[in-house]
Design a protein around this ligand. Structure first.
Ligand code: GCW
Length: 848
């Protein structure tokens, strides 16, 4: 394609073009399946020469499947990066070699290794040493899994071009629990999954072909993740029936070589639903006996089974409240069944009432987890851990750290994060979440005086708890890119790296990930790292600034803007915007009292308007729109400005990515570009929706005159229509001017046209249309009689209505217009989709 374009260029330019070709030989096609484990050939000569030191032999001491996986991985990595096949020996060779083995086996020959007694389970040591004139590169650990992690660490060093000549690198994991959860249903659908169907289940069974599960376990192991729960916390009780256990055993078998322990989510009423008892009362002896027998049965089939995850008394799930019992009673009856097998139960802290009276200003969902669980501190068994979402609501774009982290002293806890971007753009918007997680993990809860950040509490370090760590809901799917957006994989990688070392910085993680995933070209690395690091603040700017929550449809889809949806219902995600002001008053003095759940130094920070950080202002306080922020702006002006800045920055993402053309392989370049183009358009939908909604609520105009004024926009309802009909859109703020047009003619063919009367020149035309999931309408754009562009509304956006989730921009670049030209859109509607159109915006063409 490039070549063709060049040939067509004028002779004078040909030389320039040739140069460009030489510089930018396009990298090989990359579907994204290998994620950060690509092991691309190292072409930097100096680095290659340095790696010539690598011995040609690998000797593995130990027979387990994990050790085999470690050895195979090493061979695979070296083959890929250096193009060499390591020779395999099973005993210590009398020549230079890489040695893989547990510490107690290697110590006999290398007594000096004794000094490295600081190793903990899963930790590893990479060490170069000499003996009898031979050079050895030792990868060792207390357990086999640690050796596997050591191999991955060595390969990562090489992929990053770091030296391996004189190694003495010892690492221990930050916490014992490093786990992924999945909300996969047995039928193969995934609750809050945005990347295709389940890799684990289909048609109410475990899938036949587990090769993807194997590759996924390998990805997990490569960043030190050691546990995985594979089914939805809204659990189908069938998952632990005797008939299903052999299927679980198959998954466990595939996980095993990668050191990943299998967990499943259970239904608390299982003793009744599948056990035939007339009760699931946790204090009933028969129920305890049932759980014990069930655990024994599972471990009979899967000896290294990890345990259970339990969502009880939450969002309609049955729990101990059915019998007036406590959460500790519920957790313990299961913990005791698991205990003889070293199993663990993760009891979810996400317990709240979703039928709260919204009229009562003292009600507060944010206070629920603490209120429900803090009084039970000390009553949970030692093999139970509370699994607590990072914020007190539900994975919003900005939340404070859950106060429960700071309140528990005698209970194991793990933090639950979310990789699947439920409220943060569903992998259609770029949103690198590591900086958000780090803000929470680094936040000082003052639980044992100053200097007790969340990460130390959840790791069990502060109060010396036996179990602790990190869980994230991943929800990867059958998409070739695992998460549906190439750049979203930085979140999966980043979670694993943080769980291993919570002190890594967001930038370090982004850089490591980018270089392994996209190669070493400095421009590529700099651009992608920059995009990743900017993405969460930008997403926050156009979806929910000042801590108001993600202003999305909270009832169902959790995607596009729908600020009204959180109000006047029992779900408790209230921002309480009215005609005077906005925000939840959570103060102790006048509000819900939630702030009082924090330790005094933290409570003091949030309670006072003067010290409460602006980014959480509306989470903690209800203020007037005219309240002046620390920046000197009023709240309302900040809301307007922030949305405009965010949308502008999202548009900038497209430009920044386009500069990488030819430097990133064509497939990933085009796929990421399409996502970023979409995001830029949808960021504008967010901007206009939220700004207009607040304008109507507050009646305070945008000081910069932007909101409600779109001089370059031609509303569809103002066009000349053939077959199209004007419709009111609900909610009104989902469409420009509250109205759109839909093609309802019998033959399903419609047209909308208008006369262009502006100046002559080159323009970009933005056609804003509604791409629902219930049809595949097609559009054609004409200027005069000339067909300029055509496209199909064939995305799978999560709605069957013309609303803000469906609203999509198609940009037609570089269109020549003269005054008097007729611009005409012809559409063919399809299925339930009526080829809805919102507007056309005509802007001066962007420089390419
Ligand atoms: O955020 C909510 C999600 C539910 C989810 C629940 C939970 C699996 O919208 O889909 O249920 O959280 O975490 O249990």
């Amino acid at each position: 394609m490039e070549i063709l374009n060049c040939r067509m260029l004028e002779v004078g330019l040909a030389l320039l073009c040739l140069n460009a070709l030489v510089l930018a030989a396009p990298p090989k096609r990359e579907p994204g399946y290998d994620a950060w484990l690509r092991y691309d050939a190292i072409d930097d000569q100096a680095t290659r020469r340095a790696y010539d030191q690598l011995p040609a032999v690998v000797a593995t001491l130990g027979e387990s499947n994990v050790m085999k996986a470690a050895e195979e991985e090493l061979r695979r990595g070296v083959r890929g990066m250096l193009g060499r096949s390591l020779r395999v020996e099973s005993r210590l060779p009398a020549e230079d070699a890489i040695l893989l083995g547990p510490l107690d086996a290697l110590r006999k020959t290398f007594p000096a290794l004794d000094r490295n007694a600081a190793l903990k389970a899963d930790g590893f040591l990479l060490k170069t040493t000499k003996r009898d004139g031979h050079a050895y590169l030792i990868v060792t650990a207390l357990n086999d899994r640690g050796v596997l992690y050591g191999v991955f660490a060595l390969l990562r060093r090489m992929a990053l071009g770091e030296p391996i000549a004189a190694l003495d690198q010892q690492e221990n994991p930050y916490a014992p629990v490093r786990m992924l959860d999945h909300w996969d249903n047995l039928d193969g659908t995934i609750e809050r999954g945005y990347a295709g169907p389940s890799i684990f289940f289909a048609n109410d069974n475990v899938v036949d072909n587990l090769s993807r599960v194997r590759d996924y376990a390998r990805l997990m192991a490569s960043v030190g993740l050691n546990a995985c729960s594979i089914n939805n916390v809204n659990a189908n009780p069938r998952v632990i029936t005797s008939a299903f256990l052999p299927q679980l055993a198959r998954v466990a078998e595939v996980f095993r070589p990668w050191g990943v322990r299998l967990f499943v989510s259970v239904d608390f009423s299982s003793p009744q639903k599948i056990g035939g008892l007339d009760t699931f009362d946790p204090l009933d002896r028969r129920v305890a006996e049932w759980w014990k027998k069930k655990a024994d049965e599972i471990y009979g089939v899967i000896p290294d089974f990890g345990g259970f995850v339990l969502k009880a008394d939450s969002e309609g799930r049955l729990g101990p409240s059915a019998y007036g019992r406590t959460h500790a009673d519920a957790a313990n009856v299961i913990a005791r069944a698991l205990k003889p097998h070293n199993g663990v139960i993760f009891y979810r802290g996400f317990v709240y009432d979703h039928h709260m009276d919204w009229r009562n200003l003292k009600n507060d969902r944010a206070a629920a987890a603490y209120n429900n669980l803090h009084p039970l501190d000390g009553q949970f068994d030692d093999n139970a851990a509370l699994q607590i979402k990072h914020g007190p609501i539900d994975f919003q774009v900005r939340e404070p750290a859950s106060p429960l982290f700071g309140g528990l002293e005698k209970t194991n806890q793990v933090i639950e994060l979310q990789i699947t971007q439920e409220y943060t753009g569903q992998q259609r918007h770029l949103c690198y979440l590591v900086p958000m997680w780090k803000e929470v993990l680094d936040f000082d809860m003052h639980a044992a005086g100053a200097g007790t950040p969340v990460k130390q509490l959840v790791a069990g370090r502060t109060f010396k708890r036996p179990i602790g760590g990190f869980v994230a809901v991943a929800n990867v799917g059958a998409s070739p890119t695992w998460l549906g957006h190439h750049l979203a994989m930085a979140n999966l990688y980043g979670f694993g790296r943080l769980a291993w070392d919570a002190d890594l910085t967001s930038r370090q993680i982004a850089e490591e990930w980018t270089r392994q995933t996209f190669g070493q070209d400095p421009q590529v690395v700099q651009t992608i790292v920059g995009l990743e690091l900017d993405s969460w603040p930008v997403y926050e700017k156009y979806t929910g600034p000042l801590g108001a929550g993600t202003l999305t449809d909270i009832i169902n889809i959790h995607y596009g803007p729908a600020p009204e949806s959180s109000e006047y219902n029992g779900w408790g995600q209230w921002h309480r915007a009215d005609d005077k002001g906005v925000g939840m008053d959570r103060t102790v003095a006048t509000g819900t009292g939630y702030i009082g759940q924090y330790r005094p130094p933290v409570a003091k920070l949030y309670e006072q308007l003067a010290t409460c950080p602006d980014e959480l202002l509306l989470f903690m306080h209800h203020v007037a729109y005219t309240h002046v922020l620390k920046s000197g702006k009023t709240v309302i002006q900040h809301i307007y400005d922030s949305h405009y800045e965010g949308a502008e920055a999202a548009a900038g993402f497209v430009k920044r990515w386009r500069a990488l053309k030819g430097r990133v392989d064509e497939a990933r370049y085009e796929e990421v570009l399409a996502r970023l183009e979409y995001q830029a358009g949808h960021a504008r939908v967010w901007r206009d929706s939220i700004c207009n909604w607040f304008l109507r609520k507050s009646s305070i105009a945008d000081a910069k005159g932007r909101v409600g004024h779109y001089p370059n926009r031609i509303e569809a309802e103002a066009m000349r229509l053939t077959g199209y009909q004007i419709t009111d859109i609900t909610p009104w703020e989902a469409a420009s001017g509250g109205k759109a047009i839909e093609c309802v003619s019998r033959d399903r063919q419609c047209a909308a046209s208008f006369r262009y009367d502006g100046r002559a020149g080159w323009f970009d035309l933005d056609v804003q249309y509604f791409d629902e999931s219930d049809g595949k309408s097609t559009f054609k754009l004409f200027v005069g009689e000339q067909l300029i562009d055509q496209w199909a509304a064939d995305d799978r956006l999560p709605t069957t209505k013309p609303d803000a989730h469906a609203s999509t921009r198609h940009r037609v670049r570089g269109v020549a217009l003269r005054p008097g030209d007729t611009v005409r859109l012809e559409a063919v509607a399809d299925g339930g989709e009526n080829a809805g159109l919102d507007y056309v915006e005509i802007n001066p063409a962007e420089m390419q």
